[in-house]
Design a protein around this ligand. Sequence first.
Ligand code: UD1
Length: 340
Amino acid sequence: MAKCVLVSGGAGFIGSHVTVELIQAGYDVIVADDMSNCDLTCFEGVKKITGREDLPFVKMNFCEEESVNALFNDHQIDAVIHFAAFKAVGESVAEPLKYYGNNLVSFMNVLQAARIKGSAVLFSSSATVYGEPDILPVTERSPRQSATSPYGNTKQICEDMLRDSVKAYDGLRGIALRYFNPIGAHPSALIGELPRGVPNNLVPFITQTAIGKRECLSIFGNDYPTPDGTCQRDYIDIVDLAKAHVCAVSRMLDGKMKEDYEIFNIGTGKPLSVLELVNAFQKVNGVRLNYRFAPRRSGDVTAIWADPSLANRELGWKAERSIEETLAAAWAWEQKLANK
Ligand code: UD1
């Protein structure tokens, strides 16, 4: 019988791409989401891509302990992937308790249920835990630095909750994946990123500017100590990133873990500056982008990119898609949205 994976926050950007890859790898998937930051567009897209019109969907808030317990009682859940969280860095500074309340309580409920039911736990963490690194690229052994936002702090605390729980409770096991900068969209253009309001992240801002929804892209800072003065990041294709989850789930469920709690960097290992990304977008899509240089954005780190060799070796996973393919997919998705 196929193993069953619960995807909390499964209607969102990363969750929907992960759901597609899990189904295509033969897993049964239950998608759960409270729809607080998305609509059904991506869930419908997932059903189309996979041909699974009957894909189970549960509308629920993971902060409600009883609902979480009921879900785990009603289904045999072999693994849970936890995406259900708030993710806007700026908002988390303005409303820290909203972030601590939601992101920590929901994960707590997931961990409690997983402990009782023996489900494996995959937590979606972030490269934000490394702060401004002294040495690049960062490995999983690079020190975490104190978080610069409540959002980042919730990622660190959730990692610690998972680590400590695995240590204390027999049979509980888990993996934290530290994502670098996930971008792009599914090649079908049926699912992608759907930011509400003005996008905070670079690529949605670029595609919205190119389509005419925004007047001009501000490049935050061109006086950083980098080759072209703009920040460097490790932009990881969303489909590649999604595939890493399938590898991690199978590692947990097929008894391949070396420790009961493991951490993996999910990135390409290649730095790209904001300006390089903007130029690549213009070139591959044949569009001109209106941009200007603006002051630095507070809280931004100068440069960060992954050493993904542990994930390459242990998960048997590697980023495969080129930045050109990724930026073409992001643009195709934006155009599709505009034609809707
Ligand atoms: C942020 C979060 C990270 C989160 C990630 C994905 C922090 C410090 N950062 O990463 O935790 O996982 O989003 O949601 O917590 N830029 C512009 N103009 C724009 C937007 C961005 O120049 O309009 C630049 C930024 O200065 C940065 C780069 O583009 O250098 C990437 O920015 P962004 O997409 O927001 O991601 P991060 O800040 O790296």
